[in-house]
Ligand binder design. Structure first.
Ligand code: ADP
Ligand code: ASP
Ligand code: MG
Length: 412
C-alpha cells in the first residue's frame, strides 16, 4: 500500500468540531487506498499560552522543563484526533514523539531530528490497518530520555521527516491557506497562489519570514526529495484541491524573475557610532556576539569623513536584541565606540527568485520603487537568488505591496 503523511496545523485543529473535519480528510485518503500517518499541531493559540505559563513560573526557565510543558499541546490533539477517527469507524492510535521514537539532538527548545524509527508505525499499518496519529513538534533526546521540541512551527518538520522515514509517497501540509502565495495573502489581497515552487525558493521564503512552512521542513523535503504539498484543511473533504507543490526547479515550466516577497519583523538594528577604523575592530564586535550564540544578519559599514573612525550597522534577532546591547556595552572598552543606537521598529523585506541568477538590476529597480514611495532603506543584503532591505516597520505593508506590483506578481 502506498503511504501518505498528512499534517494539520493549529487553526485546522482549533476545536473538536474542526478535528472532526480533519478526520474526514483522513478518511478520504484511507478510502483511496493509503496507509496514513497524520501529524498534528497543538490547537491554535495553545503553544503561546503554554509558553506564557512557563515564563510566568520562571523568568530564567530551565529549557528541559519548557519542553515538557510546551510539548503537551500536541499530546492533546493527537489523542482527540485518534478518538474522532475511531468514532468514524476507523482504526487509529496516537503516538507521542518518545513512543515512536523521534530521536533529536539535546538542543531543548530548538532540537533537530537525528533519526526516526518508523517500524512501530509501519507495523500498525501492515498488521492492523491502523492510522498513526503523531504529535508534531516533539521528540526525545535518547541519551537523557528527555522530551524535546523542534522550535516554533516544528510540526511541519515532524511531518516531512516522518514522510522520509516511512518512505511516504508524499507529505501534505494542511493549513489555513490553500497553498503558498507570492506573498503573505493576509497582507496583500492581490497575492497569487503558486501551483509549484522550487525547494530553493521555498527555503529562502521560509527563512526570510514566510511562516507557512518551518525552514527545517523545507531543508528536509529538499534533502530527501519528499514531494510536499501545502493545501487547505478548509476545503470540502469531499472535493479537495492539491494546493502548492514544493519541487525541483527543473519541474517548473514558467519561471518568473521574482517568485515571492517575504517580510520578517524578527530583526532589530544596532548601530555603533565612531568606532576606530582599524584592523581587528569587526572581530572585536562580532566574536563576542557569535560566542553568545547571537546570529548577526545584515552588516553595513560606513566610511566616515575623517578616516580615523567609522560607523557600523548590523541586525540581530529581536529576541536577542537586549542581550546583544548588554554584551556590546560590556566590551565597550575594546570596541571603543562613541555611541550605541538601536531600533526594534524595523522590518526586513525580501524578494526571492531563481531568475535573479540570470538577470541584472533586479534589486536596483526595487531601490528606486521604494524611494519613489518615500521609504528609506537602512541596510541591504543580497545573495544569488534574493535581496533584502531593512526599513522602518511602519512601511511594511506599503513596501511589500510596492515590490509585489513592481515584479508583476499581482493577481489580474
Ligand atoms: P499552521 O498553524 O497551519 O502551521 P501557520 O500560521 O504556521 O499555519 O502558517 C500559515 C500562515 O502563513 C498563513 O495563514 C499566512 O498568513 C502565512 N503566510 C506567510 N507568507 C505566506 C505565503 N507566501 N503563502 C502562504 N501563506 C503565507
Ligand atoms: N504548536 C507548535 C507551535 O505553535 C508547533 C507547530 O504548530 O508547528 O509552534
Ligand atoms: Mg506553522
Amino acid at each position: 500500500m502506498p503511504r501518505l503523511v498528512m499534517k494539520f496545523g493549529g487553526t485546522s485543529v482549533a476545536t473538536v468540531e474542526r478535528i472532526r473535519n480533519v478526520a474526514r480528510h483522513v478518511k478520504r485518503e484511507v478510502e483511496a487506498g493509503y496507509d496514513v500517518a497524520v501529524v498534528v499541531s497543538a490547537m491554535a493559540g495553545k503553544t503561546n499560552e503554554l509558553v506564557g505559563w512557563v515564563k510566568d513560573a520562571s523568568a530564567l526557565y530551565d529549557s528541559k522543563e519548557y519542553d515538557v510543558v510546551v510539548a503537551s499541546g500536541e499530546q492533546v490533539t493527537s489523542g482527540l484526533l485518534a478518538l474522532a477517527l475511531q468514532e468514524m469507524g476507523l482504526k487509529a492510535r496516537s503516538w507521542q514523539g518518545w513512543q515512536i521514537p523521534i530521536m533529536t539532538s539535546e538542543a531543548h527548545g530548538s532540537a533537530r531530528i537525528a533519526a526516526i524509527d518508523g517500524t512501530g508505525i509501519i507495523k500498525g499499518f501492515t498488521d492492523a490497518k491502523e492510522i498513526a496519529v503523531v504529535s508534531g513538534f516533539q521528540g526525545m533526546h535518547q541519551p537523557t530520555g528527555r522530551i524535546t521540541t523542534l522550535g516554533r512551527g516544528g510540526s511541519d518538520t515532524s511531518a516531512v521527516a516522518l514522510a522520509a522515514a516511512i518512505q511516504a509517497e508524499r507529505c501534505d501540509i494542511y493549513t489555513d491557506v490553500d497553498g503558498v502565495y507570492t506573498t503573505d495573502p493576509r497582507i496583500v489581497p492581490k497575492a497569487r497562489r503558486l501551483d509549484k515552487v522550487s525547494y530553493e525558493e521555498m527555503l529562502e521564503m521560509a527563512s526570510l519570514g514566510a511562516k507557512v512552512l518551518q525552514v527545517r521542513s523545507v531543508e528536509l523535503a529538499m534533502m530527501h526529495r519528499v514531494p510536499t504539498y501545502v493545501r487547505s484543511s478548509f476545503d470540502d473533504p469531499a472535493d479537495p484541491k492539491l494546493g502548492t507543490l514544493i519541487c525541483d526547479e527543473e519541474d517548473i515550466m514558467e519561471q518568473q524573475i521574482v517568485t515571492g516577497i517575504a517580510y520578517s519583523r524578527d530583526e532589530a538594528q544596532i548601530t555603533l557610532r565612531d568606532i576606530a577604523d582599524k584592523p581587528g575592530i569587526a572581530a572585536s564586535i562580532f566574536v563576542p556576539l557569535a560566542e553568545a550564540n547571537i546570529n548577526v544578519d545584515m552588516i553595513i559599514q560606513v566610511v566616515s569623513d575623517n578616516a580615523a573612525t567609522t560607523d557600523l550597522t548590523f541586525t540581530v534577532p529581536t529576541a536577542d536584541y537586549e542581550r546583544a546591547c548588554a554584551l556590546l556595552n560590556e566590551h565597550r572598552a575594546e570596541i571603543a565606540f562613541k555611541e550605541l543606537q538601536g531600533a526594534t521598529d524595523v522590518v526586513k523585506v525580501s524578494a526571492i527568485g531563481v531568475g535573479m541568477r540570470s538577470h541584472a538590476g533586479v534589486a536596483a529597480r526595487a531601490f528606486k520603487a521604494l524611494a519613489d514611495k518615500g521609504i528609506n532603506i537602512r541596510a541591504i543584503t543580497t545573495s544569488e537568488i534574493k535581496f533584502s532591505v531593512l526599513i522602518e516597520s511602519a512601511y511594511t505593508e506599503l513596501a511589500v505591496r510596492t515590490l509585489h506590483s513592481l515584479y508583476g506578481l499581482d493577481q489580474a
